[in-house]
Design a protein around this ligand. Structure first.
Ligand code: AMP
Length: 293
């Protein structure tokens, strides 16, 4: 496995591989790897000749009062894990390498960014699209792999790629969870031991909300069920609980095929997100493990 810290060197290597006709699977991350990231690598490994992972904590997607400074980082550990998982090349630039110039041109995420995390984190998805556009140009992937953990991010990236003709296939990968149901996240290490014990309630509450929706078909009742369960069983403060059509992120209606239950919860030092997606075709069912890929 090789580590590249400059765009030029990595792009040079990639250009050679492309001339050899190799397919390139790309896994963008912010590091502090866990099994969720490794699952993306596993999918990429199966479908491509070469796997490239980026590890870059992207300042452009953090707001002024967010956790950019304290976001967990451990490159040595990440490099070992990535190598074991079969990554061929890591791209690990610093912020000056990624953003040497600012000509003032902005990428603005569209209406899918007006809700959920986009509503609570103004500019977040603009920053995500900024780094993704650059990474896609640098890495020229055949396929890029994203986790359903960040369902809104994935939906917005799919729209970006479609509307701006990026020549890359976006692949969705199901959420990887701890045994107690908590979605794996680099930020989980920042939970106190008590918060860590409480946090699985998030996933349990989403499942409960889904059941409630199955019975009542009423979005408000389902949302209340999720919020109440989290508030009564944890010290977490709800940022949002939403039920929306996926991937449009519009309100559900009679034609909706996939329903997204999503929440974000603040603990003392960390904000956690999680979601469940259900298909309304052939009766409601959880499609988290067989989402379109
Ligand atoms: P991050 O390093 O948090 O920016 O995440 C990098 C990629 O890993 C994104 O596509 C995430 O959606 C994905 N990811 C993070 N956590 C998980 C998880 N628990 N299961 C599946 N994918 C995940």
């Amino acid at each position: 496995m090789n580590v590249y810290t400059t765009k030029k060197e990595l792009h040079g290597r990639i250009t050679k591989l492309m001339h050899e006709g190799k397919t390139i699977g790309f896994v963008p991350t912010m590091g502090y790897l866990h099994e969720g990231h490794l699952s993306l690598v596993e999918h990429a490994r199966k479908e491509n000749d070469i796997v490239v992972m980026s590890i870059f904590v992207n300042p452009a997607q953090f707001g002024p009062n967010e956790d950019f400074e304290t976001y967990p980082r451990d490159f040595e550990r990440d490099a070992k894990m990535a190598e074991m998982a079969g990554v061929d090349y890591i791209f690990h630039p610093n912020a000056d390498e990624m953003y040497p110039n600012d000509g003032g041109i902005q990428i603005i995420a569209g209406h899918q960014a007006e809700t959920l995390c986009g509503a609570s984190r103004p500019g977040h998805f603009d920053g995500v699209l900024k780094v993704i556009a650059k990474l896609f140009h640098i890495v020229s992937p055949t396929r890029a792999y994203f986790g359903m953990k960040d369902a809104q991010q994935l939906a917005i990236i799919e729209t970006f790629v479609r509307d701006y003709d990026f020549p890359v296939e976006i692949r969705r990968v199901p959420i990887v969870r701890e045994e107690d149901g908590l979605a794996k996240s680099s930020r989980n290490v920042r939970l106190s031991s008590q918060e860590r014990e409480e946090a699985p309630i998030i996933n349990q509450a989403l499942s409960k909300g889904m059941e409630e929706y199955l019975t009542t078909r009423d979005v408000k009742t389902a949302i209340t069920a999720v919020a109440t369960m989290i508030e009564e069983n944890s010290s977490g403060k709800i940022d949002y609980v939403s039920v929306l059509e996926y991937p449009s992120l519009q309100p559900v209606n009679e034609y909706t095929n996939q329903v997204l239950f999503a929440t974000a919860v603040y603990f003392e030092k960390v904000r956690l997100i999680d979601n469940i997606i259900m298909s309304t075709k052939e009766g409601l069912q959880n499609v988290q493990n067989d989402v379109k890929q």
